[in-house]
Design a protein around this ligand. Structure first.
Ligand SMILES: Cc1ncc(COP(=O)(O)O)c(C=O)c1O
Length: 399
């Protein structure tokens, strides 16, 4: 089969990695410890591989009560979703979770999507239209950009976390259409927080809407874990919140929180909601149980997470490892070339450390990097190991 030069270069890269024995993706996990911070993989089979690639930020995976939440849901409603939410797939668990999520973020209403990616696509493709302009940060998650493009709106990209550039674009785009600014609350590519105080000042001044994707921050940042906007004191200035249960809430499923009219509109018109299934009951049962743990233990777990993340950032810097502008529990090590990044990630896993290598198009061309997700389950020894292995790998893998 023939492909375009750009697609052929993807296959060329994969083949080059396989030949050089440095293919760094899809490690097969064969066994997990009591938390997801330790696993065994098919490749080498060593125990443990310490995982800094997961988004189990609060260390909830493996908690028996979360597993019981999933099991009870299966017992009651079976394993499948059994139909779109609008025609039979909506259970009392889905109804409860909508209420929990809306209450958690202090919004009138919420809606559940099968994934966080679909939540972003659904909300943007519905909210924006051809007369509108969607302004995205250059490091926004790909699902935000997909949703913006699908909407048919004009899509403008501002420089990463640069409110001055956003202001310039807002000044240059008046007219009858809506303007919608969309950012990750905590950027998955650099680990820094969106400049939401400045951004919400600008959206208020220019009459624009602001959508914040709290995928990496829901549960993990802010008072009671209400996310980056809450952490920065501007939650009430955000129009729409999206996010996922696949990270700190150790399940799967996406959500949107907004006013009742927008949620009702999404419920009855968003293709990414109506033309697919909702999260299955087991996922919803696990998420409800994870929210219950957050209510009891969230503060303590968030404090531990913040301490461990600070220690990792400080220790990497002290060891001479450059990190991006990370200020929270996502810590990224810029590498640059894809092949060096692949070799380093592969070497790390062989030595017992799993991190997430990020390659274009998830990050800009030339900007491949390693992403480390810290969790409240990591110990000081895990941090020591990560720092030592990463510093060694950078020293030993030629640029
Ligand atoms: C910022 C951001 N938004 C959305 C998503 C998509 O979430 P999900 O994995 O639930 O599709 C991700 C995740 O992978 C993400 O990093």
């Amino acid at each position: 089969m023939d492909f375009s030069p750009a697609l052929n270069s993807v296959l060329d890269t994969v083949e080059r990695w396989r030949k050089a024995d440095c293919y760094p993706l899809f490690p097969v996990v064969t066994e997990a410890g009591p938390t997801r911070a330790r696993v065994r993989t098919a490749d080498g089979g060593q125990w443990p591989v310490t995982v800094f690639a997961s988004a189990d930020y609060l260390g909830l995976s493996g908690l028996p009560c979360v597993g019981r939440g999933a099991a009870a849901a299966v017992e009651r409603f079976g394993t499948g979703a059994y139909g779109a939410q609008s025609v039979g797939g909506f259970t009392t668990l889905h109804e409860s979770l909508e209420a929990v999520v809306a209450d958690y973020f202090g919004r009138p209403a919420a809606l559940l999507f099968p994934t966080g990616m679909q939540a972003n696509i659904g909300v943007l493709a519905t909210l924006a239209g051809p007369r509108d302009t969607v302004l995205v940060d250059s490091l926004d998650h790909g699902s935000i950009v997909m949703g913006a493009r699908l909407s048919g709106a004009r899509v403008l990209t501002f420089r990463h976390n640069d409110p001055g550039h956003l202001a310039e674009l807002l000044r240059g785009t008046g007219g009858p259409g809506r303007r919608i600014v969309v950012v990750d609350g905590l950027f998955s590519a650099d680990g820094d927080l969106a400049a939401l105080r400045e951004i919400t000042e600008l959206t208020t001044e220019h009459g624009a809407l602001v959508v914040v994707d709290e995928a990496h921050s829901a549960g993990a940042l802010g008072e009671r874990g209400r996310g980056a906007a809450d952490h920065l004191g501007v939650l009430d200035r955000v129009d729409v919140i999206t996010g996922t249960f696949s990270k700190a809430l150790v399940s799967t499923g996406g959500f949107v929180c907004a006013d009742e009219r927008l949620v009702d509109l999404l419920r009855h018109s968003a293709g990414a909601y109506l033309m697919t299934l909702g999260p299955p009951p087991a996922a919803v049962g696990a998420t409800l149980a994870a929210f219950a743990v957050l209510r009891e233990e969230g503060d303590e777990r968030r404090a531990r997470l913040a301490r461990t993340a600070r220690s990792l950032r400080e220790r990497l810097t002290a060891a001479g490892v450059g990190i991006a502008a990370s200020t929270a529990h996502v810590v990224t090590v810029p590498i640059g070339p894809v092949d060096r990044t692949a070799r380093i990630a592969r070497r790390l896993i062989a030595h017992g450390l799993m991190v997430a290598p990020l390659f274009p198009p998830a990050v800009p061309i030339g900007g491949a990097r390693l992403r480390l997700g810290v969790t409240a389950a990591h110990t000081p020894e895990d941090v020591d190991l990560a720092v030592r292995l990463i510093a060694d790998a950078l020293a030993e893998e030629p640029a």
